[in-house]
Design a protein around this ligand. Structure first.
Ligand code: MF3
Ligand code: CO
Ligand code: CO
Length: 256
């Protein structure tokens, strides 16, 4: 039977902690350098250079054939958007960047969604509500609780903010491989999942929509996931370590 969860060794955790911190740093540098007028391809190239400078490599490039250095998902794109020279960023867009860096045999994986102006109304509700849902999920990730408790906390917060939870993609264990067990859904109704134990490393990553939860895969590139109704979507992701006390956010940095 495949393992239902992975408990990392202290030696692994030392490397995972470093990889996660590097990834968070790159995430924030990319977000700070993104400007209206740039193409998403330029942003991806910039990300490639920043990752290179860390001494690590992109954890996403060539993963199952993924062509980009990072995932760049604008507006109605939920996740896995690929930067292209034709797609020009404007000040009215919101952009999710999802960054993965592999360094010294360990990985970080983290995402955030941002815009360029002071947000109001629906878009503000989407961005603030999705980040809040992530933070509520993290707060529920206490040693002794179950994966389901994380899912329930995310789902409850999403409902409070009147945002729809994408069900086709989920969070996951992480650390030595990009996707490790267990899965961490942003919704309940599937069971309890494993109990949270010190040494587990989880990526919690709500993908929330202003419209319905239904999404579709781009038929040409087979990667880009968009909302079916065209309503906008946001995605925030932190990597956390389960400890005997509060969870440790391994991808904590200044922008989130
Ligand atoms: N970063 C994504 C996640 O959070 C995985 C991206 S895989 C890629 O799980 F191939 F699309 F890059
Ligand atoms: Co990610
Ligand atoms: Co992830």
């Amino acid at each position: 039977m495949p393992p239902t969860r992975i408990i990392h060794t202290p030696e692994e955790i030392t490397r995972i902690r470093r990889a996660a911190a590097v990834t968070a740093c790159v995430r924030d540098e990319i977000a700070a350098m993104a400007r209206p007028g740039m193409s998403t391809f330029e942003l991806d190239q910039l990300a490639g250079e920043l990752i290179n400078r860390t001494g690590g490599i992109s954890a996403f490039k060539n993963y199952c054939g993924y062509p980009g250095n990072i995932c760049i998902s604008m507006n109605d794109t939920v996740i896995h958007g690929i930067g292209t020279p034709e797609q020009i960023i404007t000040e009215n867009d919101i952009i999710s960047i999802d960054v993965g860096v592999k360094i010294d045999g360990a990985l970080g994986d983290t995402a955030l969604t941002f815009g360029f102006k002071e947000q109001t109304g629906e878009v503000k509700r989407l961005l603030d509500g999705t980040l809040d849902s992530l933070m509520q999920g993290i707060a529920a990730a206490k040693c002794g609780a179950f994966v389901r408790d994380i899912s329930a906390a995310v789902e409850k917060a999403a409902r409070k903010h009147r945002l729809a939870v994408v069900r086709d993609y989920v969070g996951h264990g992480c650390g030595i491989k990009l996707h490790e067990p267990p899965e961490v859904p942003n919704y309940t109704g599937w069971g309890k999942g494993p109990r949270l134990e010190p040494g587990m490393v989880l990526c919690i990553e709500p993908m929330l929509n202003l419209g319905t939860d239904s999404v579709k895969l781009d038929r040409k590139d087979n990667w880009t996931v968009r909302t079916r109704d065209g309503a906008w979507s946001a995605h925030f992701e932190h990597m956390i370590l389960i400890t005997e006390n509060e969870p440790e956010i391994l991808t904590w940095q200044k922008t989130m």
